[in-house]
Ligand binder design. Structure first.
Ligand SMILES: Nc1nc2c(ncn2[C@@H]2O[C@H](COP(=O)(O)OP(=O)(O)OP(=O)(O)O)[C@@H](O)[C@H]2O)c(=O)[nH]1
Ligand SMILES: Nc1nc2c(ncn2[C@@H]2O[C@H](COP(=O)(O)OP(=O)(O)OP(=O)(O)O)[C@@H](O)[C@H]2O)c(=O)[nH]1
Ligand SMILES: [Mg+2]
Ligand SMILES: [Mg+2]
Lengths: 279, 285
């Protein structure tokens, strides 16, 4: 038997709906489903084989492909990089940047690295206090400036400090910002130009729907995103936003945030992730 | 006020005054895509499409109304039914409890609401009942101090006690707003904490604060909050980005609560009344 468009229509529609219900952005779901259709049309199918199963397997493989693009290991990256390694964290408001930096700092400290945190959110009420409490609890140095100061200056300062004190890693926090705010996006571009980081990590949340595509794409046009961290995965979310983000910027998801404690940071695994999506 | 592709689809519906079935289907498909991309709940989108289709094909346009205008009316009417009309909070003495998921904008909105009541001539006061998030006290105190708004908080780990003592101290104020920690449906101890705060503060308004970018999760989360304490109003934040707020709509249909306000920026004055018409045209792209 040869599979044609009509055989595939039903199963593909069901799977597209499943992707949408898991928060995969509509254009991303459509593009992935279309690619699967192109791949399967004209393919031979054994008489007793189940078309739905064939389609699901093809989709699984397509998704693993999307999620494994340009995979890299942050631990290896840091181990091999010239010190101090500077990592800037960015994203829209409230996605979990500050908390994620605390988790990464804690993890790196446990791995034996010396970490400096740059409190680059000089705008939001209580931002420095929040980062300060985390730094204190974890036991890492915090570089901060006056409220309202220039974030690029804070990052610059932190890097100079790390160089002078022979520290391994600088983690720079930045204020949440909307990609629609031209001034704030210019500010982000400046932060990453004054002290070009070794890595820019985009932080977004698993519960975000279609907008995950918009913001990942827009941020990626302003600064070179090297990888993303998807937070709030513990929120009973299938986290389709991970697929939307990886698909639109072609860069890997590095970690998943699975809660509010320092240990709630899990290395991303494409196979595991796609499995739980299909559950 | 409708997106280009939807406009195009609607144009094809009644060239000769009678409704073309295939054109209706094409229009429905465009509406579905627009609503799905705006994060409206998948099942709601499917139910809505079925109803719109039935009405477009079965209902006769009222006298004097063209078929095309009639169909637009139906689409609009069905969306208003899903969304409801905005209902701003009454300008009277009351206790308001802010709840929602982590990072949704509760603390910022608490300050915005306090400022709103202050401008309307009422005496607002704020209680910080978030003892989990590092810097929550500082964040809210800083916002209130900058507006000269009474603030009650403690650097202790006792949210229930803080609310009790806070309400005791702030008896002279007209509107008391309680900011709580972010929480989600699977954090059972935090849901229980929320129920306790609700029980001892007996708030007149329980506002669910939701990020405009929230996807399909909104339905289940809203249901949990509603089952737990009974949500009386929804606030959609961060509508100044590109998110359409379709997910937050599910919260409206789950809770039966109206949208009280929308957040359109990080500054205190970035709080607006919800306008159904504008929201629907944004939703339809
Ligand atoms: N459940 C859960 N909550 C999280 C996770 N990551 C962060 N949070 C919570 O999300 C809320 C916002 O986190 P922040 O770290 O302040 O987010 P942010 O991106 O720095 O926010 P802005 O700087 O204001 O843009 C806090 O209540 C965090 O505890 C996660 O993985 N799971
Ligand atoms: N652009 C924009 N940002 C907003 C809006 N409302 C809140 N924010 C920002 O969103 C981020 C999170 O806001 P918070 O008020 O801390 O959120 P929260 O719900 O109190 O967070 P938790 O207490 O950790 O659950 C902050 O950076 C706010 O400035 C809005 O309407 N527009
Ligand atoms: Mg932050
Ligand atoms: Mg808060």
């Amino acid at each position: 038997l040869i599979l044609d468009e009509n055989d595939l229509e039903g199963p593909l529609w069901d799977l597209e709906m499943a992707l949408l219900e898991s928060d995969v952005a509509l254009p991303v779901a459509e593009s992935i489903i279309d690619a699967v259709k192109d791949e399967l049309v004209g393919v031979h199918k054994k008489i007793r084989a189940n078309t739905s199963d064939i389609v699901e397997t093809a989709l699984r493989n397509a998704l693993i492909g999307v999620m494994s693009k340009e995979m890299f290991d942050l631990d290896d990256f840091i181990a091999n990089a010239t010190k101090p390694v500077t990592i800037v964290f960015t994203g829209v408001n409230g996605t979990g940047k500050t908390t994620t930096i605390a988790k990464v700092a804690s993890r790196l400290k446990d791995a034996g690295y010396s970490v400096v945190i740059a409190s680059g959110d000089t705008f939001r009420a209580g931002a420095t206090e929040q980062m300060e409490k985390h730094a204190e609890r974890i036991g890492v140095k915090l570089i901060k400036h006056q409220h309202g100061g220039d974030p690029a200056a804070v990052v610059y300062d932190a890097v100079q400090h790390a160089k002078a004190q022979h520290r391994d890693v600088v983690l720079a926090d930045t204020a949440g910002r909307m990609h629609t705010n031209v001034n704030l996006m210019d500010q982000l571009e400046k932060i990453c130009r004054v002290t070009p980081p070794d890595l820019v990590i985009f932080v977004d949340e698993a519960v975000a729907g279609n907008d995950a595509v918009e913001r990942a794409r827009e941020f990626n046009t302003v600064v070179p995103i090297g990888g993303s961290i998807l937070t709030k995965v513990d929120m009973d979310s299938k986290g389709g936003a991970a697929i939307s983000i990886a698909h639109i910027i072609g860069k890997p998801i590095l970690f998943l945030g699975t809660g509010q404690k320092y240990g709630d940071l899990v290395k991303f695994d494409a196979g595991w992730y796609v499995d739980q999506l299909f559950e | 006020k409708l997106g280009d592709s939807l406009q195009g689809a609607i144009k094809k519906i009644a060239g000769g005054g009678r409704i073309d079935k295939r054109a209706v289907d094409e229009m429905i498909k465009e509406i579905q895509r627009a609503l799905l991309q705006s994060d409206v709940n998948v099942k709601h989108v499917m139910d809505l499409s079925t109803r719109i289709r039935e009405r477009a094909l079965d209902e006769k346009p009222p006298a004097g109304m063209g078929a095309r205008e009639h169909v637009i009316r139906i689409v609009y009417d069905e969306l208003v039914r899903l969304i409801g009309e905005g209902t701003p909070l009454a300008l009277s003495k009351q206790t308001i409890m802010m709840v929602g998921l982590q990072g949704g904008g509760k603390t910022t909105t608490t300050a915005k609401l306090a400022r709103y009541f202050q401008r309307k001539g009422l005496k607002p006061a704020v209680i910080c009942a978030d003892t989990d998030r590092p810097g929550a006290y500082d964040q809210l105190k800083m916002l209130c101090d900058s507006l000269n708004i009474a603030f009650y908080g403690e650097r202790t780990d006792d949210p229930i006690g803080i609310v009790e003592r806070g309400l005791g101290e702030l008896k002279a104020y007209d509107v008391k707003i309680i900011d709580t920690a972010g929480r989600h449906s699977l954090e059972h101890d935090l849901i229980e904490q929320m129920e306790t705060i609700h029980a001892i503060s007996k708030p007149d308004q329980k506002l669910l604060v939701l990020d405009a970018a929230i996807g399909q999760q909104a339905t289940d989360q809203a249901r949990t909050f509603h089952d737990s304490i009974g949500v009386t109003g929804v606030i959609i934040t961060k509508l100044d980005g590109t998110a359409k707020g379709g997910g937050a709509l599910s919260a409206v249909s789950e809770t039966g609560a109206p949208i009280a306000f929308i957040g359109v920026g990080e500054n205190i004055e970035d709080l607006e009344k919800f306008e159904t018409d504008r929201f629907i045209s944004q939703l339809l792209g």
